[in-house]
Write a new protein. Structure first.
Lengths: 216, 216
DNA sequence: TAGCTACGCTACCGTAGCGTAGCGATTCTC
DNA sequence: GAGAATCGCTACGCTACGGTAGCGTAGCTA
């Protein structure tokens, strides 16, 4: 948008990723984005550009030189919240799902990150652009679950009739619910019960869930 | 707060619920609250008093005569969103849970109501007072589920070791997840799969879940 | 119908926020 | 070191919002 190339880089014809941006420019853009994410954690989507400017030390005019509107800035910051998909492969569905859920629970219990999602989800109800970004973030969380379900089905560990996206909802849903709706702790007992429930019902070999019988 | 009794009603000693409020007062208070809830549906918690005034036809000064601050008005409107708890009793856990989940799904699929909850949940992350109201709303949804679980346990239909609040999370969680996070439709197939999963794993009589085998 | 009560209206005050203009000072690149 | 690209700063204009004051008027109760 504001990426006007300098004559030099265009003449040299180097299509490198730096795009002839000055060091200073990169620095202030990074500072602004970092601060914006920080404020996202604290205030949600309703953060103000003035506050970003104050806290980052970057002049408001400079911010507007790089992002045309407040919305553009906020949306770019939100996009940075997308997790890089990590799909574990321990060879068994129970272990894969335990890995993913425990990681997710850890994240929800500690990261300041988790205070932002409701704000984005709320805005997504009314703003198509936010909804798109939110969908991307959401997919980043759901995709690994879908993947391990499909893999388990290929291995014959799970019934093929199960819809991976439904399974994903049953795995993630209760965890999210605990964090944002019932606001109860997400402890070991909860996680174990959840896994046993979902795995036990969909699995061909019920004995698998027996070894995790000692809850709490 | 602004319920100053008139001399008449105090002298008469009639402790009736009308509290000597003038008809006009009741009318405008109702109009304001209705409009506020309406705006809650559209804009979430960030609605403005000016807009309430404009749309309701009630002067802003009048609004401030009845509610000391904007927050008080918004909170009272939120409190009206608490559902009255309805606990079905069909005699079997599967039927009770189907009843509750289908009602919930119906609500989430249609009611404008469902666009507000993320906004409240978001605010609850940062505001203790909103968190309290949100907890009340949330309890209104969860309590019936807890209750039918406990009843099923008493009847011997469900294992007594299961924590009702965990069961509730497993039932409501996936439904909420579908509505607000993955934003996928909440259809018959989903509901049936969910019920079969949760009931199947926690039940003593697995054959119960067999009759709902024809999904989609 | 008399009198009190509540209401509507207009006009405010102060703050916060978005976004822009102009200009001098830095900092980068060559 | 020269020139160009950016940056910071101050000062705006505009809108929206929360909340209040005063006054005239309409509606209610008795």
């Amino acid at each position: 948008m504001s990426n006007r190339k300098t004559q030099e880089s265009q003449r040299a014809g180097t299509p490198g990723p730096k795009d002839a941006k000055q060091k200073r420019t990169v620095r202030s853009q990074e500072r602004v984005l970092t601060t914006t994410i920080e404020l996202l954690y604290e205030a949600g989507l309703s953060l103000s550009v003035d506050e970003v400017s104050r806290r980052s030390g970057v002049a408001k005019t400079t911010i507007y030189r790089h992002w045309p509107t407040r919305a553009a800035l906020v949306l770019e910051a939100c996009r940075k919240l997308t997790p890089e998909p990590r799909v574990p492969d321990h060879g068994s569905f129970v272990q894969d799902v335990s890995d993913l859920i425990e990681t997710l629970a850890q994240l929800l219990n500690t990261a300041r990150w988790s205070a932002v999602l409701p704000s984005i989800a709320d805005a997504a109800e009314r703003d198509a652009e936010v909804a798109a970004v939110f969908g991307q973030i959401q997919a980043g969380h759901a995709a690994p679950f879908c993947e391990i379900v499909r893999r388990a089905q290929r291995r014959g560990e799970l019934a093929k009739e199960l819809d991976p996206s439904i399974m994903t909802a049953m795995l993630i849903g209760p965890v999210f619910y605990r964090r944002w709706f019932s606001r109860e702790p997400i402890g070991k007992a909860f996680i174990q019960a959840l896994i046993r429930q979902v795995v036990g019902a969909g699995s061909f070999m019920e004995q698998e869930s027996a070894k995790s019988k000692q809850a709490e």
